[in-house]
Design a protein around this ligand. Structure first.
Ligand code: FAD
Length: 320
């Protein structure tokens, strides 16, 4: 039995050509970045047919199918020949990340400033070394899973996404991008072409995740933190806290973050933020873990992420 369906393969040499193809084919076309989600997803129907026939279909695959419909694009469009979509550019007060930048590139020491260190943390723990060499940040964001590691980190970092279509470009705050598990505001004719986030001195971020295993595991709960700290007094000027796998999308714990502003960056403040974040979410029970355990993790992981973000904000070690 064949696992993959028939599809045509396009490899545009310019963004203009890519957007033209997207306009022509719409939802029937899937952009291909690293393929670590797309190819697995495209194979899912074939694998399910085989395993169901054999009576061995795995509960995880069935659950995944419910969360994200199986993709059967008639056109697969590689982004490999669009080098402008790849790489990290550090400008004044802003970092620009191309969507086809790989996790391995983002996890490299010094790739990102302290304000975006959360993204490096997330990229460094994703999948295995093989996956990190192929998987891209754009694919992780567009895939829009509630536990997508770099998506949760980018949410803490306050990133903006630039979406391009033949009809024009638009900028979307990452907090407004996700609409449900596997769903976003991206239109079928749009390509994610840029991820931007602020990066100033005195800002630091961090990302931590808990799963049943250290690697090759989807987060049971994850937390990202971003802080702007006045170095001499350690007063928190601004804060963001993001959480993964505790709701249908990556989400912000806005009350917990607001409660930190004006306080000294210390364990007491972080513990209070952890408690508030816990009260802001309603995780579900599933085969990975109970809601009660997830709430405990929210409280602990928020504290850990905040402590690491604060160290980076004041320039004390822990830099990527
Ligand atoms: C063994 C394994 C382990 C994994 N571990 C983790 C993990 O620990 N944490 C985690 O978060 N994920 C994990 N993943 C999921 C996956 O690796 C990531 O989501 C990855 O970042 C996807 O990137 P990609 O480049 O491979 O995307 P692709 O598979 O190429 O694309 C993903 C989706 O995004 C679309 N797309 C890609 N780029 C663009 C663009 N620029 N504009 C518009 N649409 C686009 C594609 O059409 C597709 O729908 C794992 C996957 C595997 C197979």
């Amino acid at each position: 039995m064949r696992i993959l369906h028939d599809f045509s393969y396009e490899r545009p040499k310019s963004l203009k050509e890519a957007l033209k193809l997207l306009e022509a084919h719409g939802a029937a076309l899937s952009p291909l970045a690293g393929g670590t989600d797309l190819v697995v997803n495209m194979k899912m129907r074939g694998i399910l047919q085989i395993t169901e026939k054999a009576g061995t279909a795995d509960a995880r695959w069935r659950a995944a199918r419910r969360v994200q419909p199986i993709q059967t694009p008639s056109v697969v469009m590689s982004l490999a020949d669009l080098p402008k979509l790849r790489g990290v550019r550090k400008g004044k007060g802003l970092v620009r990340i191309g969507p086809t930048t790989t996790m391995a590139e983002l996890a490299a020491p010094g790739a990102l400033p302290p304000a975006l260190a959360a993204v490096g943390d997330a990229a460094a723990i994703m999948g295995s070394a093989l996956i990190r060499n192929r998987a891209t940040i754009g694919g992780n964001v567009v895939n829009a899973r509630p536990a997508a590691d770099t998506a949760v980190a980018l949410l803490a970092a306050g990133a903006k996404l630039r979406l391009a279509a033949r009809s024009g470009e638009r900028e979307v705050e990452i907090a407004a991008f996700f609409t449900g598990p596997g769903r976003s505001v991206r239109r079928a004719d749009e390509l994610l072409v840029l991820i931007e986030a602020p990066a100033e001195r005195g800002q630091g971020s961090a990302y931590v995740r808990m799963g049943s295993r250290r690697q090759l595991e989807i987060a049971l709960v994850s937390a990202g933190a971003w802080l702007e700290v006045d170095k001499p007094t350690r007063t928190i000027r601004a804060a963001r806290i993001s959480l993964g796998a505790v709701g249908p999308t990556p989400l912000l714990a806005t009350k917990a973050a607001a409660g930190l502003v004006g306080r000294t960056a210390d364990p007491e403040a972080f513990a209070a933020a952890g408690r508030t974040a816990r009260a802001e979410v309603k995780p579900i029970d599933d085969f990975r873990g109970s809601a009660a355990y997830r709430l405990e993790l929210v409280e602990t992981l928020v504290q850990r992420a905040l402590a690491a973000a604060a160290s980076r904000a004041v320039g004390k070690g822990g830099r990527r």
